[in-house]
Each structure stands twice: as structure tokens, then as C-alpha cells.
Write a protein that binds this ligand. Structure first.
Ligand code: NDP
Length: 294
């Protein structure tokens, strides 16, 4: 039997994807709308190719229109920009995702901010970041949104809980903190300059690690009974094999936590599931119809 403290992100994500599939079917039937996601991949980064392939497969499985545009690694900033502008104008494209990282001659933040905010299903555009920061409805970055779904499923109402987010990146740490503020948590954001990080972490009822340092958070940094969300994905060599580990020492944290996400199989699968959620949300808003309820 699996340990009930271990949050099965894979199973939860499968449920989210199935629900999205039913929503897509309803949108087609009632409104003749097929949500469409276009992923733009520049260059041949092997990890990016895997992510893009997985995203494409997930959109098709959910019954959406999935399109992949590939540009060579030598594509200029102007060429990438022109593609984004064309996708902004295409009414069949409800979601645009520019796979990062981009080659160095392309200014990634200028490209992201050229995406029509209503189609920015990654939630990285400054307008969507600003809407989240001011508590308004925009499109929310997929990984933190997935973390929030897992937390609410486990804990229900999060109001009043102490949340510590380790990491302040624009794509994970900051939006995660904003989402938790919106849920009325008392939020601390820690980073590389934080003093006495173990003591800060020990105050957390909810501990989110988004650092990119293998197993940096030790078991005795975890408050007994805390819920731990490990966003980190780190490749390490162990016993002659490459393994994926998170930012949290899983075995040590499991000894104290009430619930914890594993790596792999925790937050990772939720990221793609939330991309599908955002594409449905974007399509519904662009057509002025409500998101189908089940
Ligand atoms: P970034 O490198 O952009 O940010 C890392 C953050 O960690 C920074 O804010 C940095 O602080 C902080 N940090 C670094 N070292 C320390 C330290 N010693 N103590 C405290 N804080 C520290 O990474 P991302 O946010 O993009 O990603 C974080 C992790 O999540 C990575 O492992 C990444 O692979 C993973 N990830 C997983 C996803 C998924 O789908 N599961 C999706 C996206 C990311 P400072 O700002 O001071 O430099």
C-alpha cells in the first residue's frame, strides 16, 4: 500500500486532465469551440524537445487542437517576434506558449511580453503577473497553480496557515507567494540571502521549495505535521545512474511531514495539467462563454 502522506501528483494530474477533456467535449458540443494551444520551440535543446512533445500529447489527449512550431536555433529575434504576432492574430489559437530557454540572440522577456495577455497560458506576461499581484483574474503560471491545487486538495481552507516559499523566481516563487496570499496564508518568501533558513522553514505549516539545489532542505528543517511541496527537479549521479531528486531531502522530510510531494511524480505532472486548464480558461474568455462545470 502506498504511504498516505505521499501526495500522488501523477494521479491527481490525471484527474485534472480527464476533467479538462470533459470540458473540451462540452465546449465543442455546446459552442462549437475547440480550444487550441500553439507551442513555439526555437532550437534543439533536448530537454525542451521532450517538454514540447509531452505538451503536444497532452493537448491531443484532452481533445484540443495542439500545434507545434519549430524554428531553428539561428532564428533572429525579429523572426520569433513575427511568429508571436501572427499567433496573436489567429482566432483558432487560444493559448501561446514560447518554450524557454530561448537562444541568446532572442530577448526572452521582450518575446513573452509580446504575447497577447489573454493567450499567455504560461502566465509569464507582466500583465498577468500584475493581475495576480493585485488579486485579479488573469492567467496564472502553471507550476504554482498546480501546487495550489495539490495544497487545497490536501488541506482544504488554507486561511491563517504559515506558508514559507523558498525561491523568488518570476515563474515559481513569486506567483506561488501571491497565490498563497490570496488564500489568506501568512507568507514568507525566502531566497539565497535569507538569514537562518532552517529556522524560517521550521515555522512553515506549508513549505514550498523552488530552489534548484538537490536535497538542500533537510528533514529537521520541517515542522512536524507540515505539508511540503517540492518543486525542484535536479539531475544527480548516484550509484552510476542519473536520478531525479527534488530540493528537499525526501526521506528526512517524510519522517516529520504530514504530507509531501515526491520527485518525480509530485508537482511535475501538475504543470502540464494546469497548462491545459489555462488553455480552456483562455478559450472560454476569448469567446465570452463560461468554463463548463461538471
Ligand atoms: P531559479 O533559479 O529562477 O530560482 C531559484 C530561487 O532559489 C532563487 O530565488 C534563489 O534566490 C533561490 N535560492 C538559490 N539558492 C538558494 C539557497 N542556498 N538558499 C535559499 N534560496 C536559494 O529557479 P526556478 O524558480 O525557475 O526553479 C526552481 C526549481 O524548480 C528548479 O529545480 C526547477 O528545475 C524546478 N522547476 C520545476 C517545475 C516543475 O514543473 N516541477 C517548473 C519550473 C521549475 P535568489 O533570488 O536570491 O538568487
Amino acid at each position: 500500500m502506498t504511504d498516505p502522506r505521499i501526495i500522488d501528483g501523477k494521479a491527481f494530474a490525471a484527474g485534472v486532465r480527464a476533467r479538462v477533456g470533459r470540458q473540451v467535449a462540452a465546449l465543442k458540443e455546446k459552442h462549437g469551440i475547440t480550444p487550441g494551444l500553439t507551442v513555439l520551440l526555437v532550437g534543439e535543446d533536448p530537454a525542451s524537445q521532450v517538454y514540447v512533445r509531452n505538451k503536444g500529447r497532452a493537448t491531443h489527449e484532452a481533445g484540443m487542437r495542439g500545434e507545434e512550431i519549430r524554428l531553428p536555433a539561428t532564428a533572429s529575434h525579429g523572426e520569433v517576434l513575427a511568429r508571436v504576432k501572427a499567433l496573436n492574430r489567429d482566432p483558432a489559437v487560444h493559448g501561446i506558449l514560447v518554450q524557454l530557454p530561448l537562444p541568446k540572440q532572442v530577448d526572452a522577456s521582450a518575446i513573452i511580453n509580446e504575447i497577447e495577455p489573454a493567450k499567455d497560458v504560461d502566465g509569464f506576461h507582466v500583465i498577468n503577473a500584475g493581475l495576480l499581484a493585485t488579486g485579479q483574474d488573469g492567467l496564472v503560471s502553471c507550476t504554482p497553480l498546480g501546487c495550489l491545487f495539490l495544497l487545497k486538495d490536501r488541506l482544504g481552507d488554507l486561511a491563517g496557515l504559515n506558508a514559507v516559499v523558498v525561491g523568488r523566481s518570476n515563474i515559481v516563487g513569486k506567483p506561488m507567494a501571491q497565490l498563497l496570499i490570496k488564500e489568506s496564508c501568512t507568507v514568507t518568501v525566502a531566497h539565497s540571502r535569507t538569514r537562518d533558513l532552517p529556522a524560517v522553514c521550521r515555522r512553515a505549516d506549508i513549505l514550498v521549495a523552488a530552489i534548484g539545489k538537490p536535497e538542500m532542505i533537510k528533514g529537521d528543517w520541517v515542522k512536524p505535521g507540515a505539508t511540503v511541496i517540492d518543486v525542484g527537479i535536479n539531475r544527480v549521479e548516484r550509484d552510476g545512474k542519473t536520478r531525479l531528486v527534488g530540493d528537499v531531502d525526501f526521506a528526512g522530510a517524510l519522517a516529520r511531514a504530514a504530507a509531501i510531494t515526491p520527485v518525480p511524480g509530485g508537482v511535475g505532472p501538475m504543470t502540464i495539467a494546469c497548462l491545459l486548464v489555462n488553455t480552456v480558461t483562455a478559450a472560454c474568455r476569448q469567446h465570452g462563454v463560461p468554463v463548463p462545470q461538471e
